[in-house]
Write a protein that binds this ligand. Sequence first.
Ligand code: NAP
Ligand code: HSE
Length: 439
Amino acid sequence: MTIGIGLLGLGTVGAGVAGILATPEGRHPLVAELALRRVAVRDLSRPRPLDLDPALLTTDAEAVVDDPAVDLVVEVMGGLEPARSLILRAIAAGKPVVTANKAVIARYGDEIAAAAAARGVYVLIEAAVGGGIPIIEPLKQSLGSNRIQRVSGIINGTTNYILSRMASEGAAYGDVLADAQRLGYAEADPAADVEGGDAADKIAILAGLAYGGAIERAQIPTEGIHRLEARDVDYADQLGFAVKLLAVAQHVGTATDGTAELDVSVNPTLVPRDHPLAGVHGVNNAILVEGDPVGRVMFYGPGAGAGPTASAVVADILNIAGIRAATAGSSAEGTPQLDPLLAASRWRPCRLAAAGATVKRNYVRLQTSDEAGVIGKIGSCFGAEAISIRSIVQFEGQEGQAEIVVLTHEVPEDRFRAALAAIAALKEVKAIAASLRTL
Ligand code: NAP
Ligand code: HSE
């Protein structure tokens, strides 16, 4: 049974998908039943890397969705609009959707899921997080029996590629970012990568799947690598850590009404060199899932790029093709019932926990005057908030100044902020030059 595919976008990911559909030999036999029927692009005159029939291309994306020969819509154009409207249009027409668009799913996932449930069609999103790494379906299905305690990891390939090359080669930030764009890793606007927004979209999606309910995307505390200074990477290295952009979603507690309270954030983080995440280099991503009773499971692989992402997109298409093949000929009337695991139905409310309920380990770099007693005063500010210091090291600063790096043990976020405010008010302290997380 042939399934007609309508492709919205023929950029890095779209071209990867079209490439797989055009070469079914040696793949699962269902791939040969997928026929690319129409493709929406923005610019018809742009040269395409594929030997694709030009008659398939159009700039009219709605016509692709509406085409009666299109049974399934693949949205890989990116951005919020018209992507969101096109996904809803496909659902309204009873057509399943596969998308790699984490920005849309992190913001409009519940609206899209409700529309899909009402129409009885699947919207699958494996490619939206972790590129080629299977993480969405494992969280939805294979790990479904667990109480998830924590999901954490490196989920932006561009920033991990930048940090890895800066650390290993001393390469300049701007040059490595340009390479990431050329290799198809970066978003159309790479600010989403380097400012942490892409990782925040992805951790919002993972948290929604792990904990059963949506959290407000705009409220996720997010810090990217764009303000990270080379000297912090250097000091971290001297102290035995690698710096990684980590996204974390952690279960903090359950309110009396059953709402799950979560600590969700994206931060440049010092990772001990012997931790498994410290060894994740280049465009690779890794996601650690900690659950009861499974323990700790790590998913690792290429997190961006045409081939890995297209692998995940086509896997979703095959999931839908498999369900079609299994139900072909069944004569059930009305709206089809969806498998609640594959459709990722919500099952409880979730919200972000208050700052006083979340605990973190921290790295702080202070620029101070180089005089006796400064370290003692800084220690007292932490002590007044009952914050235990793991280590405190003085590095040489410029022109009579000192750089003091403090690593704290786990501390509630509100008390840490109060201590920083007291430290900032000390006359010997010129600046709180950096404040990062540590594992
Ligand atoms: P891309 O290279 O910029 O490609 C976007 C494609 O969509 C282009 O072919 C563009 O047409 C087309 N397009 C954009 N707006 C359109 C419109 N209004 N009407 C018709 N066509 C339109 O982007 P990408 O890297 O493939 O990413 C696509 C999506 O996948 C994004 O949501 C991204 O976040 C996600 N994703 C990307 C990766 C990755 O590694 N790149 C990995 C995972 C997920 P033209 O070619 O004519 O410009
Ligand atoms: N820009 C994204 C990244 C693409 O670098 O991880 C994969 O989602």
